[in-house]
Design a protein around this ligand. Sequence first.
Ligand code: SF4
Length: 355
Amino acid sequence: MPLHMIENVTIPSDFNLPNRLTLEQKAQDDALFEQAKELIKQKNALLIAHYYTSPTMQRLCEETGGSIGDSLEMARIGRDSDKDLIVVAGVRFMGETAKILSPNKTVIMPNLKAECSLDLCCNIDDLKKAKQDHPDATVVAYANTSAEVKAQADWIVTSSLAVELGKYLTTQGKPILWVPDRHLGSYIANNSNCDIYCWPGRCIVHDAFEANALSFVKKEHPHAKVLVHPEAPKAVVDMADYVGSTSQILAFAKKDPANEFIIATERNIFYKLSLACPDKKFIEAPVASTKGHCISCANCPWMELNTLKALIEALNNVDEHSVHVDETIAKAATVPLDRMLKFSADLKSGKIVLE
Ligand code: SF4
């Protein structure tokens, strides 16, 4: 279906990535596990972590009664909990989404500077201009955007619902202005009938998966199924046995009879995959490198800012680590968020049926 790439928007050439932790720093951080666990209990906090945080952070979540999920699941869990202090281990837009759904709770983050390249690719002024250029389009924003961008959208969507929403909006006969991920935009266009004006943003982690190298890994593991996140380039998506969000990849690996899988998403998902399927083998999909150096090595540098040390610091200094979202922006962003939650519920209940 027609995919029109939007031009003349500001995409950072260098995302100013944070320094990576050394093995020694990781070991020192892991040693804080019991202290962090005790503090969460003492403060009566709920820890919710993304699948891409470190295995130690995910284990801490499990051992303190918290939950691991994707951004929307995290926000929903925070909202539905009876706890008033929510710790979001993830990146900034996840903390903002949790705060939008729980305006009366205190939402803190271990590191408020944990960014996401997709979020950084979507400048609010460029979006306002694109809306003026395409006044008939329905604005659909990926969950990986700032609260300010969400407030400008008609719909918010997660990767697990993106194609379904594309199909649904096609029935309304209106084009979509999609922000900010170029690969997910192209995936929606290729799998629904929608006409898309697509933002040229990218996730530095998923954008690095490389099709040619993947073909060699496939030859080495001829029985392995390839599971790919739709933020990966089209050439990689085209080689997949299954394309889905992180939660969907996890669910697929659990139920599929295959014993070997090549995984093209952030590598900390291997923690949950191995726990859920201890008898199955998971292989990392290869990433491209520049001058022998990979940008992320399939490991999000901003997610890595969620150390236990930072979490302890946040719990001891709640005010400094609190997430704030302007009330007017939060109110406006709630509209497309609620729309997506209702759409998701209607799909599950069969109220909306798509071809
Ligand atoms: S993995 Fe990609 S999409 Fe996820 S937080 Fe990191 S940069 Fe953003």
